[in-house]
Design a protein around this ligand. Structure first.
Ligand SMILES: [Zn+2]
Ligand SMILES: [Zn+2]
Length: 216
């Protein structure tokens, strides 16, 4: 029987949900779906990334792939160090090379399936891709900084189903009507209007921060 459970664990974030973890500007989370373990972004500082993983009892060697939302320092800072220890395939919105690294890089140009139930929106606005998780005709969107804007990201995700959840950095997102029909939202990292989102939709608001574990 298919294991339909989805687990999203925030490893690196501007705030700490679990006070034993280090908070720092940046974002990384681990996504476990259908037996795959995907590291979404790598934070800013490799030491913090690895220390928080250790505290969360996430073994780096258990990671199957890395998904880089976009090439900003606060999302790629841990990448080179992580790949040195564990040279897993990398899904990136643009071509790039890390000197001395042999990790295989796949560039996601458009909506593309990565694994069973896991997709990339493909690069949007020449900067960023978001990760999409399918579950019974519904889609959970995982965003790094949402530089292309939530409307564009949702439009790219919609072919997979109804958008039911949103987690990640939402930057200056303020078109709040876009999230009125989703089941839950976890605005974190660079999101400017976290308190506004919390007050507008307290029933669907999930607080982020390093150490937060969301099981669907
Ligand atoms: Zn960014
Ligand atoms: Zn960022």
């Amino acid at each position: 029987m298919e294991n339909t459970k989805i687990t999203i664990t925030i490893i690196y974030d501007n705030t700490a949900w679990d006070k034993n973890l280090v908070s720092d500007w940046g974002f990384a989370c681990l996504i476990n779906v259908s037996g795959k373990s995907i590291l979404f972004d790598t934070g800013a500082n490799p030491d913090i990334l690895l220390a928080n993983m250790k505290d969360l009892k996430i073994d780096p060697s258990s990671v199957d792939d890395i998904f880089i939302s976009h090439h900003h320092w606060d999302h790629t800072g841990g990448l080179a160090t992580f790949l040195t220890a564990n040279p897993v395939p990398v899904y990136s919105p643009v071509d790039f090379e890390i000197p001395g690294q042999k990790a295989q890089v796949s560039t996601c140009k458009k909506l593309q399936k990565i694994h069973e139930r896991i997709w990339s929106t493909g690069i949007l606005d020449n900067t960023e891709q978001s990760l999409l998780i399918e579950q019974d005709g519904q889609v959970t969107v995982v965003a790094g900084c949402s530089h292309p804007g939530i409307e564009k990201i949702f439009n790219a995700a919609r072919p997979l189903g109804k958008i039911s959840a949103l987690i990640g950095g939402l930057h200056g997102f303020h078109h709040f009507e876009l999230i009125k029909d989703i089941d839950w939202v976890c605005p974190t990292h660079c999101t400017q209007y976290i308190n506004k989102i919390r007050s507008l939709c307290p029933d669907k608001f999930i607080e982020g921060g390093a150490g937060k574990v969301i099981v669907l």
